[in-house]
Design a protein around this ligand. Sequence first.
Ligand SMILES: [Fe+2]
Ligand SMILES: [Fe+2]
Length: 313
Amino acid sequence: MAPTAVIDTSDHSGHALDHVSDMVDEVNILKGQAKKGAAAADYLEENSKFDAEKDKTKFRQYMDACDRVKNFYKEQHTKQTVAYNLRARHLFHSKTRDELTVWEAIEKLNSLVDESDPDTEVTQIMHALQTAEAMRRDGKPRWMQCAGLIHDLGKLLYFYDAEGQWDVVGDTFPVGCAFDEKIIYPGSFCDNPDVDDPVYSTKYGIYSQGCGMDKIMLSWGHDEYLYHVAKAQSKLPDEALAMIRYHSFYPWHREGAYRFFMNEKDHEMLKAVNAFNPYDLYSKSDDMPSVEELKPYYIELIDEFFPQKVIKW
Ligand SMILES: [Fe+2]
Ligand SMILES: [Fe+2]
């Protein structure tokens, strides 16, 4: 696909999912850089010597990338309603989709996405290993390495129950309360029926101030799906579960929205998510790890946190 083309949301192949997912990451990387650039420009403008050309370029790249993901977000923001989210959770609890070890799940996701996309630069298994290896190099705890390894495994959902790409990847946000202006493309919620709901359209909606993020229904996707799987079947600590659940919740962990729902515990969880984020976004340019060499280390790591080995997906 040409770099300026918009995303085709009707394609249900693994390649299409991978492409959308990569574009979403690119937007988040550029958005971070544009933000930093803007802050630097603000500061330096006062000193009147600053040439902001470089930051303007970054900002333009960010806007171009946004244009490409625009129709993806339009569909997601229209369809992620309270009703859909209740249905998705009901469907999730109603059956077991598969029984696989975590390593088998990693291999399955890799083959499903890969098989339709032989040219992909960073495969699913590479992204999993690069994220975990970068953490390991930095001496991060084993539970965090495990979270890094598995954080995107929920994308398997695309090959089970998902209706499209919009309920698997992309930034996440709460449903059941007003959609915050800090969500990417806030204007694209206009066709979501919840914006006209007398309760869902209010600041706190069906929640209350300080109720805690555990109580918030986040838009359904790979993060939320894996969080429920890992919460029920792993020994991972809360910080690791938070890294999994909130890693695409950019409006919260980066933009500062919805902080009024947080309780004391959530402040610790937010620190964990912010510690996780750079490894997810910036490890893709690292060297390609050898799957065969690393497999024994990660099998042992997985066994430590998923002692029953076979997981119900
Ligand atoms: Fe992800
Ligand atoms: Fe990721």
